[in-house]
Design a protein around this ligand. Structure first.
Ligand code: SF4
Length: 173
């Protein structure tokens, strides 16, 4: 299994709770106005890496709480990211996934089967496109106020969105 990536960051404190590695997907269909990572849009750009190469490059250490999948759009390569997520969770790490899709699109009638597999390994989903008019530098882990920090396990269990945004905004990122 391989993934096309825009890059890897080994230690970040702003892409989800705790110290995290970040894997940036290459390719994004959303074209949000004001996107900070336009170089990640081209689905033919970036670099193709096997999952074992990615794990090697992450060089995970015990201080890391988890790994964040960002982009680009990880759900464009949902099967590969789901497989990477399974490997990382088996190592005791948690998974945060950023997406330009909304929770409702990812779980609605037009959702692709592989999207469900990526949701299944995701602990926290930050959903929705970046909307420039709703940009807010003061909120935790996201760029605009329409985006939500979603507890995936509880949302799937209860069948409603469990939104953790206020909780994280109140403690700061
Ligand atoms: S989803 Fe993210 S990477 Fe894609 S266009 Fe929007 S802000 Fe940029």
């Amino acid at each position: 299994m391989k993934l096309r990536l825009a890059g890897i960051t080994r230690e970040s404190a702003v892409d989800g709770p705790g110290i995290r590695a970040v894997v940036f997907a290459q390719g994004c269909p959303h074209r949000c106005k004001g996107c900070h990572n336009p170089e990640t849009h081209d689905p033919g750009g970036g670099r193709v890496l096997a999952l074992d190469e990615i794990l090697e490059r992450l060089r995970l250490t015990p201080i890391m709480r988890g790994v964040t999948f960002s982009g680009g759009e990880p759900f464009m390569q949902a099967g590969g990211f789901a497989q990477l997520g399974r490997l990382l969770k088996a190592m005791g790490l948690d998974i945060v996934t950023y997406t330009g899709y909304t929770w409702e699109a990812l779980t609605g009638p037009d959702a692709q089967a592989a999207w469900g597999r990526l949701l299944d390994v995701t602990d926290v989903l930050v959903d929705g496109p970046f909307i420039e008019d709703a940009k807010d530098a003061a909120i935790a882990f996201r760029g605009s106020r329409n985006q939500r920090i979603i507890d995936v396990r509880e949302s799937l269990r209860l069948g409603v969105v469990v939104d953790l945004s206020e909780k994280y905004d109140s403690v700061g990122s």
